[in-house]
Design a protein around this ligand. Sequence first.
Ligand code: PLP
Length: 283
Amino acid sequence: RIAYVNGRYLPHRHASVHVEDRGYQFADGVYEVCEVWNGRLVDQRRHLDRLERSLRELSIAAPMSRAALAGVLEEVVRRNGVRDGLVYLQVTRGVARRDHAFPPAGTRPSVVVTARRSDRRGQEALAAKGVAVITVPENRWPRVDIKSTSLLPNVLAKQQAKEVGAREAWFVDAEGNVTEGASTNAWIVTPQKKIVTRPAESGILRGITRTVVLEVAADLGYAVEERPFTVAEALKAAEAFITAATTVVMPVVRIDGHVVGEGIPGPIATSLRLKFHDFSELA
Ligand code: PLP
């Protein structure tokens, strides 16, 4: 496998970053994960928009022009021969003597891009069965709108899920509302067949998949309510699902061990999954 690291394309075993990279020392960086589908980057424009926003919010300088970054993403995909998979992009505040405050002006951000194939058949098999989620208390900082590499609460929540055979952990805030998953946005379908997902204004990352799924839902004529929902409401839902570039739309069939709806992927989640790539922008 070939990675891009600060201007060079290198085999993974030679691809490394400096010991005093602020990404390594402080998780002082941001990232994006973009799906590669039939050799095309899915919604690259929106991912680069969100990357620029994350960088701005943290006052990290843009490492290169948008066109250059897009070129690197495409080149890493090409060099790795990825047809179905993911491309990962990380930008950190760069290399400097360890000090919490920002490094001197002119410190160059570090850029790493990697790509890997995914097992499309495995994913389809999983989507045909549906996955289990658990719920955990929300314990992240309030700026989860920034796609930062500071992911310890997400790491711990995902591990907790894995240990009980679940695929995802849903964070639940002090009001009892589900915010989102450790690496996905959370959705339910009410018994009246209304699709519900939390507004992106607070408590969640504005997922690119979420944005596109809202468009697919509107086109298919489904009613959508952007509002918070509780765990209790989710347990009574007809359907539930999660969305992310890594899984597109993945039906949820168990929450904390309780069966959701019929215990099989629901028709709405399934149709959103089937239609997704008709609505995403392919580069
Ligand atoms: N929420 C969190 C916390 C995430 O980490 C992710 C993606 O990794 C998402 C939501 C989904 O975002 P996207 O659809 O852009 O992949």
